[in-house]
Design a binder for this molecule. Structure first.
Ligand code: AMP
Length: 256
């Protein structure tokens, strides 16, 4: 496995790999079994697997959230190597956002609802960094988790609207045994906060917004509603202490 820090380096490393499919798994590190499921899917399908490792500052509104984001590159590189990754792209912030950077991609409607209401500018940051990663790596297939269902919807729209020649695969949410969706942010939960956080998967399991809201009583709920994605999902965001958690479950469409 090779780690590239610059755009020119990863492009050069990819030159001999263009005969087979190139798969890209974008991550912000702090790898867990959710990330590993994406890497396994890429490994099974592509002759070259690229993982990006970049904590993208432009998708964070709150500087405290950005500064407190868990980072352990050594551990992540070991996990990526174990997962069979061929190339890691781990650029510095200045490599992705050089001085005078001023070009942004905004998926206007899908990026403004739900998470977009509570995290203004979040999806502009996500869409911009992903488009830049797609342009740098030129993958045939990109892998994302349904855990971030709105991110998947935004990126599918971006790929269609800009006629990008790549396929997006979304993979099911990986959960801990107690039902909590794996997230790099779970590490911040105390034991009692984690206990309270379990209301989130329990609420979503009802697949009913009113019942879910009742089960979330006592937590700080940003939203719990049916999101009009494909497939539709019951999505929720809650705050437990200083940690904000999001989760969703797919909803079967009514037979018509
Ligand atoms: P992140 O490092 O949080 O930006 O996540 C990188 C990718 O892993 C995104 O496509 C996420 O949707 C995905 N991901 C995060 N948590 C999970 C999970 N519990 N199950 C499946 N995929 C996940």
């Amino acid at each position: 496995m090779r780690t590239c820090r610059t755009i020119s380096d990863i492009r050069r490393a990819l030159e001999p790999c263009r005969d087979g499919a190139v798969g890209l798994v974008p991550t912000m590190g702090a790898l867990h079994a959710g990330h590993l499921s994406l890497l396994a899917a890429a490994r099974a399908e592509c002759s070259t697997v690229v993982m990006s490792l970049f904590v993208n500052p432009t998708q964070f509104g709150d500087p405290g959230d950005l500064n407190g984001y868990p980072r352990d590159e050594e551990r992540d590189l070991a996990a990526a190597a174990d997962a069979g990754v061929d190339l890691v792209f781990a650029p510095a912030v200045e490599e992705m956002y050089p001085p005078r950077f001023q070009t942004w991609v905004d998926v206007t409607e899908l990026g403004a609802m739900l998470e977009g209401v509570y995290r203004p500018g979040h999806f502009r940051g996500v869409a911009t960094v992903c488009l830049k990663l797609f342009t740098i790596v030129r993958p045939d297939v990109v892998y994302f988790g349904q855990k971030d269902a709105q991110q998947v919807a935004v990126l599918r729209r971006l790929i269609a609207d800009l006629a990008l020649e790549l396929e997006l695969r979304d993979l099911p949410t990986v959960r801990d045994e107690d039902g909590l969706a794996l997230s790099s942010r779970n590490a911040r939960l105390s034991t009692s906060e984690r206990e309270r956080a379990l209301a989130l998967p329990r609420a979503l399991a009802t697949r009913d917004p009113a019942q879910a809201r009742a089960l979330l009583d006592g937590l700080e709920v940003d939203y719990v509603e049916i999101a009009p994605f494909d497939p539709p999902v019951l999505a929720a965001a809650v705050r437990v202490g200083s940690t904000r958690l999001i989760d969703n479950v797919p909803i079967e469409r009514e037979a018509s």
